[in-house]
Design a protein around this ligand. Structure first.
Ligand SMILES: Nc1ncnc2c1ncn2[C@@H]1O[C@H](COP(=O)(O)OP(=O)(O)OP(=O)(O)O)[C@@H](O)[C@H]1O
Ligand SMILES: [Mg+2]
Length: 398
């Protein structure tokens, strides 16, 4: 934030050294006028001796009026007490510095309005007694934008939390009436099967299957809405652990399908381990599920570290030689209940990747997929090796 002011200090230092031998009118004034900041030069007593146009525009005093003022007149009355002492302190140890670092500074306009500013102070040594150059940036706009952004983020967080708790409550409350419908359907089927006739049995059978289906959807929706809420904390773990757990859960399926699993080295990262299990469970589960008939399923799980602008990332890949999909749908598959393959061929509700995406988002990471029909699919997950402190949110929704 103070980059501008640092630049300015450099300019002034350069200038001071060049001024001595200059024959070019008043180059000092020209530089002061061309600076994009308000500039006010005052002496050790606080008397203002020079200002530029930007300062005139900023404060509303004319250049002549300024020369009648003291630097304290530009400080809001509520902060004036003690300013004297600060000024003396500066002149005792005249070093370029940002004024009031870490504090919010305000300046005082001719009409009595205050406005937020950043100020850099630079001692000047032009021959006739010590001076100080205050370069002043009006940060009203920046502050307003920042505040807008914070408000906006809060609103988003709130509406996100509301949406999640809605999904969670709705899916939870839908379970009970649905349970009754399924139970009564099954009773009806066993009690009155013979009286129903063929068509009646067909209708009832379809109703029960639709109920089962809905049960799965609701269960998965509930799981999805709980990704943020049921979160354990982040810990630094080797990612090989959750992968091993998942492979042992899937052992039977691996055996049945004769799949070959290739497990590479996986690095450490700061993660929610149980969510990593959920992530790999779905990615490896998909790799086995969407296999090609008559082909030995091969699944490779690999990882490594890559550099990024925001620090090192863990890059994970889950690669298969399965049926693949048309890559134009590479985004859609991460949406809730979106499936590209038929329900009769491959079971599932289409929630797995939506959960994966939510988990990866919660870790501040990214997930993407590359695929070719008939050749196979690779899922790529990138996670920061360490979580930012702010990512361990206090809100139960994240
Ligand atoms: N490894 C893969 N190979 C080919 N297609 C895939 C693969 N992984 C996902 N897909 C496609 O993306 C869709 C969404 O995947 P997702 O895991 O969300 O759902 P699902 O596996 O069908 O159901 P669920 O995970 O809820 O049991 C799948 O239905 C499938 O069409
Ligand atoms: Mg799945």
């Amino acid at each position: 934030m103070m980059d501008d002011s640092e630049n300015l200090r450099k300019q002034v230092n350069d200038l001071e050294s060049r001024l001595a031998g200059s024959t070019d009118g008043d180059p000092f004034r020209r530089v002061v006028e061309s600076a994009p900041y308000g500039m006010v030069i005052s002496d050790a007593e606080g008397r203002i001796v020079m200002v530029n146009r930007q300062a005139v525009a900023m404060f509303g005093h004319s250049a002549e009026e300024f020369l009648e003022l003291r630097i304290e007149d530009l400080v809001p009355p509520r902060f004036r007490r003690g300013h004297d002492g600060l000024r003396h302190g500066f002149h005792e140890n005249p070093e370029p510095r940002a004024m009031g670092e870490g504090r919010d500074l305000y300046a005082y306009r001719r009409d009595g309005m205050e406005f937020p500013v950043e100020i850099a102070l630079t001692p000047l040594n032009l021959g006739g007694g010590p001076l100080v150059l205050s370069s002043i940036i009006d940060i009203t706009r920046r502050k307003r934008d920042e505040e807008d952004l914070i408000r906006y983020a809060r609103r988003l967080e709130r509406s996100n939390a509301e949406l999640e708790s809605f999904a969670s409550i709705a899916s939870h409350d839908l379970q009970e009436p649905l349970r009754k419908i399924r139970m009564m359907g099954e009773r009806l089927a066993s009690v009155s099967e013979s009286e129903l006739g063929e068509q009646g049995r067909d209708y009832l059978g379809r109703m029960i299957r639709a109920g089962d289906n809905m049960h799965r959807l609701i269960r998965d929706l509930l799981a999805f809405s709980r990704v943020g809420m049921r979160a354990e904390g982040f810990r630094v773990v080797s990612l090989i652990e959750p992968v091993r757990d998942v492979l042992s859960t899937l052992e039977l399926l691996i055996e049945e399908t004769g799949a070959e699993i290739e497990l590479g080295e996986l690095p450490e990262a700061e993660v929610d381990e149980s969510q990593m299990r959920q992530l790999f469970q779905n990615l490896i589960g998909n790799a086995l599920k969407f296999r090609r008939a008559g082909e030995t399923p091969r699944v490779a799980i690999e990882g490594g570290l890559v550099e990024s602008g925001s620090g090192p990332l863990v890059r994970l890949e889950v690669r298969d030689n399965g049926i693949g999909f048309d890559e134009q749908y590479h985004d859609r598959i991460f949406q809730i209940f979106q499936r590209l393959h038929g329900k009769t061929e491959f079971e599932g509700t289409g929630i797995g990747l939506a959960i994966c995406k939510k988990i990866v988002d919660r870790h501040d990471g990214r997930i993407s997929a590359r695929s070719r029909i008939g050749e196979g699919t690779t899922f790529i997950v990138e996670l920061p090796t360490r979580q930012k402190a702010s990512n361990e949110r206090t809100s139960p929704y994240s």
